[in-house]
Design a protein around this ligand. Structure first.
Ligand code: DON
Length: 576
């Protein structure tokens, strides 16, 4: 199990409301901005005009190079996205999907949904056997696990609308990385060994998993992927959805018992959506609407946090953790009941975010834990009628681009499109295979998130931007499946409500509750045993686990300096 590295030699014991609270490592002083024309990358990168943060230094550099060539944040996002598809096959992708939330230089927001869709031949019970039992792994591994990929359509749609440099320039770094190779880190190697057998048995050739295995320091070259990227650079999204890549993808489906057809690919469209807004603690929080559940759940929790005066409690004390957990349970219970693709189910968005509704959700909050078994979703009336990755970029024009993208599990379905060199997602597992039966993240759902042809599966991805008095203050997002929403919630609280520096906030230990199962997951070894003992005495079940999320974020100081921060939990890097 990977532990969060200690950054300095001293550990701080935070004294909380009910006693000692967390063990965490803290950087004693942050480096000052070095004077250099070289691309600077690191976990903490202050910048005065532009910054990029992503899961890999190679992708971060690709984005910075575009900004230096005069491109804007949207251009840089194209470069970062395709570079991640090469050097971070765990989650970077062209065979997956994602969400964009951007704040344009004029202060307005746009949201683009390029989430995968269920193929036309999919059915509500396609992951169940004749006795109506969910078939293990069918929605997570192999060809049936994949939704119709949305990333290429989404990223190129964003580029058409807001980009300024030509595609061939933007994809060059990715193509170079695919041809000349990227170097495996120790973490890459570890993650590859976890899925090595699946990759080997499902594919005839995997460039990043050669026979004999891999070692840190190996250089991975991906000639098939390089050719696919060259075709996309030359012919645009039509190539992926109707050209040779589409042919290869459909052949792959036919060989492996999948159901994605040429028509599914041709019919795929990204959707521009209205971002969600909520005010709390004097800030304006902006996040992703359905089919993400992230925006609704995050904004519900932030508004309820203000109602229960979370800011009056000692940060990360046991009373604080308990109060946060009680809010999380309520939001996730609503998620399971109400949320799904708005093209298929009515989601009472405004009601779920209204003060009256949220106050009602808190009626049974008396300061003591309420077991999940007796806590259900609220009563909203309908109006008539451990892989993902996040990257964020701020440019000198004032644009902020914030994208979470995913194949779902690490390496998605473990199925590569033979000859095209890219992995397909296993996003179908984000549907509810059967009401009440948990998916791989332990999330339960119901009718609202049942499989249906053309439908988008519910997501937890939560790209979020915060502003104060009309000025941007924070851009944040993370992978982590069900924990995405609570990690973003914690960062918003730490930075905006408790005034902690972004670097410290990102490296602080995280905890998570998702209503069902009724337990608090805590990052193993990072909470003080006394804290956990007190929470257990209060009636909570504590479940230690591996690191939660890999947050990428940018904050703006009142002096106008940007701080790009990458999570110490991974190989992530900020750069300028
Ligand atoms: O969209 C979702 O909510 C999931 N497919 C995200 C998966 C994820 O974050 C896995 N990473 N650890």
């Amino acid at each position: 199990m990977r532990q969060i590295p200690l950054i300095s030699s001293f550990r701080i014991f935070l004294a909380g409301f009910a006693g000692i609270t967390v063990l965490f490592s803290c950087k004693s002083s942050l480096p000052s901005e070095p004077v250099s024309h070289e691309i600077i990358t690191g976990k903490y990168v202050p910048a005065d005009s532009q910054v990029v943060v992503s899961a890999r230094a190679e992708a971060t550099r690709a984005g910075v190079m575009i900004l230096r060539k005069g491109g804007n944040a949207f251009d840089a996002a194209v470069a970062v996205h395709f570079a991640l598809a090469v050097c971070y096959p765990q989650a970077g992708n062209i065979g997956g999907g994602g969400f964009l939330l951007a704040r344009k230089s004029d202060g307005t927001y746009v949201a683009l949904d390029f989430r995968e869709t269920a193929p036309a031949a999919s059915t509500e019970n396609m992951f169940r056997d004749e006795r109506d039992q969910v078939i293990p792994k069918l929605s997570t591994l192999g060809a049936l696990a994949s939704g119709v990929p949305g990333s290429v359509a989404g990223i190129l749609e964003m580029h058409e609308k807001y980009g300024s440099l030509p595609l061939d320039i933007l994809l060059q770094s990715a193509i170079d990385l695919a041809i000349h190779g990227y170097v495996l880190t120790a973490l890459d190697t570890m993650e590859l060994y976890k899925v090595g057998r699946e990759l080997q048995t499902r594919n005839s050739y995997v460039a990043f998993w050669p026979s004999g295995g891999v070692l840190p320091g190996d250089t991975i070259r991906q000639p098939d992927l390089a050719r696919t990227l060259q075709r996309i650079a030359q012919y645009g999204k039509k190539e992926f959805y109707e050209g040779l890549t589409a042919d290869l993808l459909v052949q792959c489906m036919q060989r492996h018992g999948g159901i994605i057809t040429r028509e599914d690919l041709q019919n795929y469209r990204p959707v521009w959506r209205e971002p969600l807004f909520a005010d709390a603690f004097g800030y304006r929080f902006v996040s992703m609407p359905p089919p993400s559940s992230g925006g609704i759940a995050l904004l519900q929790m932030l508004k309820m946090a203000e109602m229960v005066r979370l800011d009056t409690l000692p940060h990360l004390g046991t009373a604080y953790i308990s109060r946060v957990v009680e809010l999380e349970k309520r939001a996730y219970a609503d998620r399971a009941f109400y949320l799904g693709d708005p093209a298929f189910v009515q989601v009472p968005v405004q009601e779920l975010l209204s003060d009256v509704y949220l106050a009602q959700r808190l009626v049974n909050y008396t300061g003591v834990p309420l077991p999940s078994a007796v806590l259900s979703h609220g009563k909203a009336s309908f109006p008539e009628s451990e892989q993902t990755t996040h990257y964020c970029i701020a440019d000198r024009f004032g644009n902020v681009v914030n994208i979470t993208t995913t194949l779902n599990s690490p390496y998605g379905s473990c199925l590569l499109v033979n000859g095209a060199g890219f992995l397909l997602n296993n996003e179908m597992d984000d549907f509810s295979a059967k009401p009440g039966v948990p998916n791989q993240f332990g999330l339960v759902g119901n009718k609202a998130n049942a499989v249906a042809p053309g439908k988008r599966m519910l997501s937890s991805m939560t790209p979020t931007i915060v502003e104060k008095d009309g000025k941007v203050s924070l851009a944040v997002g993370t992978p982590g499946g069900a924990t995405i929403i609570t990690s973003v919630f914690q960062i918003c609280l730490d930075v905006e409500v408790f005034g902690l520096p972004l670097y410290e906030s990102v490296q602080l230990p995280r905890f998570h509750h998702q209503w069902l199962p009724d337990k608090i997951w805590v990052e193993d070894g990072h909470f003080h045993p006394d804290t956990l003992a007190i929470l257990e005495k209060m009636g909570y079940t504590i479940q230690p686990r591996s690191p939660i999320g890999r947050v990428e974020a940018i904050s703006w100081t009142s002096g106008g300096i940007m701080e790009g921060v990458a999570d110490e939990r991974g190989d992530d890097a900020a750069g300028r």
